[in-house]
Design a protein around this ligand. Structure first.
Ligand code: ZN
Length: 473
């Protein structure tokens, strides 16, 4: 599949797409637009943003393209070997997972607006872009320039790769990079923001190295941090195979606060390069873009990642102790203030991400796989440290998950994760999985028993306000 992505009229916020599909056989083909995007486990029905959709054969004859599902078309090809689908996509919302176009900035998350032909999802594909003068492309590793001035070809291994490779085209992108070992980490900034690259590179290098130390290697040859700073308040990031898209703001905010947000988000998203992009729940491997991909283990994908995002910043000394405890306290507050009495377990709330995971809960129903998931990860980490006299930790669990599932790119089950935890802890952990993962009892007292190991205590005062303190004795 080959895509031309452009805009006839940028101020209209419509992106135009032409998708060329070759080597067809038979007299019909089905075309599918993804119904959701990796990183957010809910149906988003991107097809609602398509205004017009037409398909033509190689001689320019219009073909019948009839919808057979909300985002799937059946095209009668009458034996045509090549066809082109021409459609446009409304891209007016800025967030880390959407696509957006205006006169200045062209941001594409291909999973929103690239269709695939059934049977061709594993074939390599290319995207053709025509850049204006001074425009640059951020986020893509494999780009070749054509002889035609301003024309660039972006190369992808297959549709999954394309769907997981956002890019920004803009004349005002600010760029620098740092290296850890042989891996090049690109830093791209868009928006009203003057990055202090010296400081950013020093801090990013520290937490990147710390994360690589956990796993022993980085999964990709090159990586891109794409950061868009907006004039409005924002805090949103999405992980991808070899990049992350982060949207932060407001640009008028106190710089140090914005910088703490940037560090917290970037460390979290980088950890996903291992944990979810490669160490993938079996139900999500491969992704089925047509429907819900239910899975029980988002407490590993998001909970462990949330715990490690800040832990890596602390361990690499990018965050001092005060900042780290502030982040821990915020996570505890979010859970114990809102979800301590929830009826659901982490496993149930992971499953129900597809139902209401990203909306406010009705009272006492669901838990956050991020916050309760991070608390569960911390309890497990401290338990392993305790039973191994501090010779082992959750690091060893994640390293083994990488070796057994991430590197060979083999999906893991809930049972696989428990077995690996038990192998590292060298004991059965049914109690932990029953209480912390599959249960709905409050973790308040249990967490406090383990926090003693760190000389910390969560306190709920008479007004019910949660805080984290150092224990005095
Ligand atoms: Zn995440």
């Amino acid at each position: 599949m080959h895509y031309k992505i452009y805009s006839k009229e940028r101020t209209s916020h419509f992106i135009d797409v032409e998708c060329f599909i070759d080597n067809l056989t038979g007299d019909k083909v089905e075309l599918q637009l993804p119904a959701w995007r990796p990183g957010r486990y809910e149906l988003q029905n991107f097809a609602k943003n398509i205004q017009t959709f037409e398909v033509f054969d190689e001689s320019g004859e219009k073909l019948s393209a009839r919808k057979i599902a909300k985002d799937r078309w059946e095209v009668l090809t009458h034996g045509a070997k090549s066809i082109v689908a021409r459609y446009n996509y409304f891209a007016q919302i800025i967030n880390a997972g959407s696509s957006y176009i205006d006169e200045h900035t062209f941001y594409v998350n291909p999973v929103n607006l690239c269709i695939y032909a059934e049977g061709k999802i594993n074939e390599s594909c290319t995207v053709e872009l025509h850049l204006r003068e001074k425009e640059k492309i951020a986020g893509i590793n494999n780009i070749s320039s054509s002889q035609e001035k301003g024309t660039h070809l972006l190369h992808f291994d297959d549709f999954y790769h394309l769907a997981d490779s956002p890019f920004i085209v803009s004349p005002t992108l600010k760029h620098d990079f740092y290296k850890v070992g042989k891996v090049k980490f690109h830093l791209w900034f868009e928006g009203n923001f003057q990055p202090d690259f010296k400081r950013i590179k020093a801090d990013f290098k520290k937490f990147t190295q710390e994360q690589i130390n956990v796993f022993g290697e980085f999964p990709e040859k090159e990586y891109h941090f794409l950061t868009w700073i907006l004039p409005v308040p924002y805090y949103h990031g999405v992980e991808h195979r070899s990049s992350t898209m982060q949207v932060l703001g407001p640009d008028s905010q106190n710089f140090e606060e914005l910088y703490i947000d940037l560090l917290g988000l970037a460390s979290h998203e980088l950890f996903h390069t291992w944990n979810i992009c490669k160490i993938r729940p079996i139900e999500l491997l491969p992704y089925d873009f047509t429907k819900e991909n239910y899975f029980q283990t988002c407490f590993v994908a998001e909970g462990v990642t949330t715990y490690y995002g800040d832990l890596m910043l602390s361990r690499s000394k990018v965050f001092d102790e005060t900042q780290y405890l502030k982040e821990l306290e915020a996570c505890f507050k979010r859970h114990f203030d809102h979800a301590d009495k929830a009826s659901q377990s982490l496993v149930e709330s992971s499953w129900d991400l597809w139902l209401d995971g990203y909306n406010p809960s009705i009272p006492d129903r669901k838990v956050s796989v991020y916050h309760k998931g991070a608390i569960a990860a911390q309890i497990l980490d401290l338990h392993i440290r305790k039973v191994s006299s501090h010779t082992l930790s959750l690091d060893d669990v994640m390293k083994l998950m990488w070796e057994q599932f991430g590197k060979p790119f083999k999906g893991y089950t809930m049972e696989d994760y428990q077995l690996i935890c038990e192998e590292i802890a060298n004991e059965k952990l049914d109690w932990y999985f029953d209480v912390c993962i599959k249960g709905n009892e409050s973790l308040f007292d249990l967490l406090n028993r383990y926090l003693q190991l760190l000389g910390l205590e969560v306190i709920r005062n008479e007004e019910g306000i949660i805080s984290l303190s150092k224990t005095t004795n």
